[in-house]
Write a protein that binds this ligand. Structure first.
Ligand code: SAH
Length: 242
């Protein structure tokens, strides 16, 4: 692929799932849906069952060692991955998994800057461990709770990436002031009316002094972060800027 082609090729998400009918789902509306419609990114949902075994296209089996539930077979999943993404595919291969590294805005930004994603959605008890190493899958979690399948987690990941693609959000929402971008939560927002049920917009926001507004927002962001997410401040390497 020439550099020119690489630059013009849209960001591409391929999702491997047992439920391709769940896609595009919520990704098909609003910002991500509009962008999908005009080709700013591309989505393909592939059915893992197309690579299932036998007459019943079986994809899972009982866990070695016993226990509840079923496990997605490594041979079936590997066949699905190989069909969707060859050895020259530069896209990272992610496995949605509660055991994965928790997703962060920094990781989202890095993934949005790349060529796209191949995302594997688990079901049942999960996937046979061997396919993770065998196909170089990076496990990604969207939080410390357990979903019934990886599809909604994949949508969360893809939505977070797509809104950062060039031209998707528009200039006014470039995202640099948003929660997590500077290691802190965002300041509070207000809009008309100025007074509502006895509650008034802070004077500084309606006073027109832009330096004072920036100072107030910075202080509020810091206050909220210290109050709600002190762990973000500990992790922050960004200097405090207004
Ligand atoms: N037995 C597993 C949970 C399986 S849940 C365990 O205890 O770790 C079934 C599938 O849902 C998983 O394979 C994964 O793809 C998806 N999933 C569940 N919770 C998730 C989370 N927090 N983040 C990302 N994917 C998740």
């Amino acid at each position: 692929m020439s550099d020119a082609t690489a630059l013009s090729a849209p960001w591409r998400a391929t999702v491997l799932t047992l439920y391709p009918e769940m896609f595009p789902g919520p990704l098909g509306v609003s910002l991500s849906g509009d962008a999908l419609g005009r080709g700013a990114w591309d989505l393909s949902a592939q059915n893992i069952r197309a690579h299932g075994l036998g007459r019943h296209r079986s994809v899972d089996d009982t866990p070695a060692g016993g226990g509840a539930g079923m496990v997605l077979r490594c041979d079936v999943l590997a066949a699905a991955i190989d069909a969707a993404s060859g050895p020259d595919d530069p896209r990272p291969r992610l496995l949605m998994s509660p055991r994965g590294r928790p997703l962060t805005q920094a990781r989202v930004r890095a993934l949005a800057a790349g060529p796209g994603l191949v995302v594997i959605c688990g079901r049942f008890e999960g996937v046979d461990e061997r396919v993770i190493a065998g196909r170089g899958l990076e496990e990604v979690s969207i939080g410390d709770y357990v979903l019934s399948g990886g599809e909604i987690a994949a949508m969360v990941l893809i939505d977070a990436c797509v809104r950062l693609l060039p031209g998707v959000m528009g200039k006014e929402a470039s995202g640099v002031e948003e929660s997590f971008e500077n290691g802190r939560l965002e300041y509070p927002h207000y809009t008309r009316p100025r007074e509502w049920e006895g509650r008034v917009i802070p004077d500084v926001l309606t006073g027109g002094n832009h330096a004072a507004i920036a100072r107030w927002r910075g202080a509020e962001a810091l206050r909220l972060t210290a109050e709600r997410r002190p762990d973000l401040l500990d992790r922050s390497v960004m200097p405090f800027t207004e």
